[in-house]
Ligand binder design. Sequence first.
Ligand code: GLC
Length: 457
Amino acid sequence: MIAEQLLLEEAEQLLEKSIIYYQNRPVGTVAACDQELIALNYDQCFVRDFISSALFFLIKGRTDIVRNFLEVTLQLQPKEKQFNSSQPARGLIAASFKVELVDGQEKLKADFGEHAIARVAPVDSCLWWMILLRAYVHASKDTDLVYRDDFQEGIRLILDLCLVTKFDMYPTLLVPDGASMIDRRMGMYGYPLDIQSLFYAGLCAARELLYPNKDNQKILKILHNHINLLLHHIRDNYWIDPQRLNTIYRYKVEEYGEHALNHFNIYSDSIPFHNLTEWLPASGGYLAGNLGPSQIDCRFFAVGNLIAIIASLATKQQSEAIFNLIIERWDDLIGNMPMKICFPALEDIAWRLLTGCDPKNKPWSYHNGGNWPVLMWMLTAAAQKIGKGEVAAKAIEIAEKSLSKDGWAEYYDGKTGRLIGKEARKNQTWSIAGYLLAKELIANPNHLKLFSFDEYM
Ligand code: GLC
């Protein structure tokens, strides 16, 4: 008990130290306060990294910092149509920002991906931003902020960007590789689940946040239709369980026309049946990592599956099956540090072709099968959503043995996450805040309401 208390105190102190100030107001938290390694861009406030800190602050009644963050990131959002394609698109929310001193004056500097490794724009930022705005309104009851013209415009610009007419037949969002937490090439171009789950939650948030006046009627209707299409598309087509695996195994191919059963023309040889049928327990299932023309990525991705549960994108039965899988495949998915970002790792030729031989993403390292403590809060939230808090509590207990001892590492390597990540930063803020948030969710599952969604009506 005392050890646990000390750990919580240490985490709270470190989180406090990570806060960034702009014009004397707290506006966010840095990605990592690692003294030993060169900062790269870890001295910035990343939108996705700030979410766990923000939700924790909201729970603790510190709504001011979240409000400031939302205002600052909204100010940085490009509002004009760009005719120069090297400029960030209208509506985008930055991947990260920092406060710089220019001629003695504090200035905000945003990165929309133009400085990031491989220059990928973050697709997840604008989706997280809407989810956080909704959580802020729930926690603070400050509806004045969200109904302000600049916030309503900001939401509409994000929706314009996400719901744009495109060369596409699916309700999912078409994105390049590296557009989310996994921000390096990992064979995730197309329609990766991690983005689609956030897209779904972001759209549901937007529907609640848009003021229902006459001007917004059209967009609200479009939103409603889109949410429904996306919901059914993911539930029906991304789902993998033993029964569905068997259906896919016996699929006919090259079908033409409306009545085709194999909608995506999946060739069963592309699926690692041999491993998957051994690995998938009879009562387990999960949402596939990606789906497109003749492509179903059978890797398990944690963010996509956990957010799908939290947002009620997965059905109740699907959510339970995902947890059955986590329980039955505990060593693979939780191991020594909750939890694995994706499983299994890409190896050999797949690693070469799909990561472009990325040495940071070697098999069972970093994004390619590494374990990330930040995922603990999503695991806990998803577990509480389906009344399995004890599963998350067990995982947190495992993490508590190493978190402080290992200096709040960013990620872990190895099949069961036993090694501190080869290039992991220490004092990584979202590892710290992810733990604090997970503990709050265990103590009081009611906090889940801030960012979970009920079955869509
Ligand atoms: C790495 C991670 C990314 C995170 C950033 C800051 O680039 O891949 O998800 O936002 O570090 O922690």
